[in-house]
Design a protein around this ligand. Structure first.
Ligand code: TXA
Ligand code: MG
Length: 307
């Protein structure tokens, strides 16, 4: 349902987010598919709704640098860029604070997190009212083009969403520029709404990421893989191994989802791998995960962890 913004509609959207539902959120770049970034299941349902075969890390959106500082470390460069370009179509990848309550799924297990303050008045109003950060990828089905009107979002997701907030046509119409500030040299990960020249004027040198794709967790050295060996499609644990179960499996150390729910499993994946990655075990055995729905992304991630 598309709704125009007013005090009542803001509380509808806020209630949806509190309940772990997704909403369509206008930003100046493209519409986002937004969820509470601290709720594991809500974040997992973003991936399910988009039909992404992989857990790409997501951007978190907030209305203030103070809000984002709870989650990330801002160095001098980050403050400089924030002052100049926020609110606006710039995303910064920054080191994640270890004590943050962000869902681990937001950054797909990485120790970095992408953050931005959007410029759209509806987005800012909602973020202000909600008071917590929102994880939001572009609100399109994976592989389709990004949405620039509320109707695009409604057409793609319809009644799967708590609501779609009306925000007119997106002014920028192109995703945000992404700059990685987790290394000494700033790296441009994705060109977008901010002209390169404007970035260079502030940062001096900026390196272009040289891969053919946007950096994804599987391509990044820093991505989280357990220190222990991981064994997939295990029916039971060998001696010393921890067993990470899925479904109705006996003698598990932890279970991703006893009821066999893939959204629940995705929401538990990174935190349970971390919990089991402990020298008291000799390895981590993992039950078979079905290859449909979010199971594709879970298996993709597990294959990388086992590699
Ligand atoms: O304009 C935008 O940025 C829109 C609006 C809704 O804010 N959002 C958007 O999100 O384009 P999405 O998920 O379609 O693209 C986010 C990109 C992904 O390609 C992902 O690889 C990258 O950001 N990204 C997110 N977190 C990252 C991280 N920690 N390290 C490197 N790349 C990251
Ligand atoms: Mg996208």
């Amino acid at each position: 349902m598309i709704i125009s913004i007013g005090p009542k509609e803001i509380s509808t959207a806020v209630a949806s987010l509190r309940n772990g539902q997704l909403i369509g959120l206008p930003t100046e770049t493209v519409y986002g598919l937004a969820a509470d970034a601290t709720q594991d299941k809500a974040v997992a349902s973003i991936f399910e709704a988009k039909g992404r075969p992989q857990f790409n890390p997501l951007i978190i959106h907030s209305q203030s640098v103070e809000g984002l500082s709870e989650y990330t470390e801002f160095d001098e460069r980050a403050h400089l860029l924030a002052e100049k370009f926020w609110p606006g179509p710039l995303t910064l990848v920054l080191p994640k604070k270890s004590d943050s309550d962000l869902s681990l799924l937001v950054s797909a297990g990485l120790d970095t997190v992408a953050v931005r303050i959007p410029q759209h008045p509806v987005a800012l109003k909602l973020l202000h009212a909600y008071g917590k950060p929102l994880a939001a990828p572009s609100a399109n089905i994976s592989g389709q083009v990004s949405p620039t009107t509320a109707q695009h979002v409604e057409d793609a997701f319809g009644n799967q969403l708590g609501c779609v907030l009306e925000g007119g046509s997106c002014q920028v119409g192109l995703e945000s520029t992404i700059v990685d500030l987790t290394t000494d040299k700033a790296v441009l990960l994705r060109p977008g709404g901010i002209p390169n020249e404007d970035l260079k004027a502030l940062l001096g040198d900026i390196h272009h990421y040289e891969g053919t794709e946007i950096r994804s967790p599987g391509m990044m050295k820093s991505h989280y893989a357990p220190g222990l060996p991981v064994r997939l499609n295990a029916l039971k644990a060998e001696s010393g191994e921890a067993l990470l179960g899925f479904g109705n499996v006996k003698n598990t150390t932890l279970n991703l989802s006893i009821s066999g729910n893939l959204v629940e499993a995705a929401s538990n994946l990174f935190s349970m791998l971390r919990q089991l990655d402990h020298p008291q075990h000799s390895g981590i055995a993992i039950s078979p995960i079905p290859h449909h729905g979010l199971g594709l992304a879970i298996n993709d991630r597990l294959l990388r962890a086992a590699y």
